[in-house]
Design a protein around this ligand. Structure first.
Ligand code: SF4
Ligand code: SF4
Length: 222
């Protein structure tokens, strides 16, 4: 017996996540084209690590052999505390333990890492979109319809296909007429039409939340 996407989401919520979804593991071709153009145009600034491991970054099946499903779990800032890596990873391990107890070893590659949180060349925001959890806003952030952009993603990679996993989700941004983040950015880093990391304060110091503070999707959450 294998779980379906709905069952995995329920188990992720039971492990303490705020939302979760499943995506079919594949090469992210459109994202690869976009990232290549963005990096090659020099907009990534000194994030030279983006120039390395491109193939692994674009195709998770090269990172985790036999990967079939990417389970994307979201933890809101409100529940993550000071150490979000620890908060996300502990819940991913809890989810893994629950899946192992119910469905056995068949779900996971016996040797390869299958838990990720900001720790490997995984396009986490794109996988969150692929799993049907939200969209990429004009502020360059992943935005969940009710949790806003104030979420930390974590992934669990399975070596089995699950019913209900989504594929090639292309959710257009749902910013509508809003341009608040673009207008509020003190460095004019947004809207060129993409994010220019060379101008962004957060990329330099991690201490700017202006675009997120001005986003209506985050109203009442900060
Ligand atoms: S984090 Fe600050 S500097 Fe960077 S895009 Fe947002 S508002 Fe602009
Ligand atoms: S502030 Fe407005 S334009 Fe910017 S990401 Fe939020 S909804 Fe989109």
């Amino acid at each position: 017996m294998l779980p379906d996407a709905a069952a995995i989401r329920e188990m992720a919520l039971a492990a303490g996540f705020d939302d979760a979804g499943c995506a079919v593991a594949r090469r992210l071709d459109a994202e690869a084209r976009f990232m290549d153009e963005w990096v090659d145009a020099g907009l990534a600034g000194e994030m030279t690590y983006l120039e390395r491991n491109r193939d692994l970054r674009y195709d998770i099946r090269l990172l985790v052999p036999e990967a079939q499903t990417v389970v994307v779990c979201l933890l809101s800032y409100a529940h993550s505390g000071r150490d979000y890596h620890r908060a996300v990873k502990s819940r991913l391990y809890e989810l893994k333990a629950a899946l192992l107890a119910k469905y056995g070893e068949q779900l996971f590659h016996p040797e390869k890492q299958h838990i990720f949180c900001d720790s490997a060349p995984v396009l986490e925001r794109r996988w969150a979109v692929e799993a049907g959890l939200g969209f990429i806003g004009l502020n360059h952030q992943f935005i969940h319809p009710t949790l806003g952009s104030l979420v930390h993603p974590g992934e669990l990679v399975l070596q089995v296909s699950v019913a209900g996993a989504l594929t090639a989700v292309q959710t257009a941004n749902q910013c509508g007429e809003c341009r608040r983040c673009i207008d509020a950015c003190p460095r004019n880093a947004l809207g060129h039409p993409v994010w220019d990391a060379r101008r962004c304060i957060a990329y330099e110091t991690h201490k700017c939340l202006v675009c997120q503070q001005n986003c209506p999707y985050n109203a009442g959450l900060l």
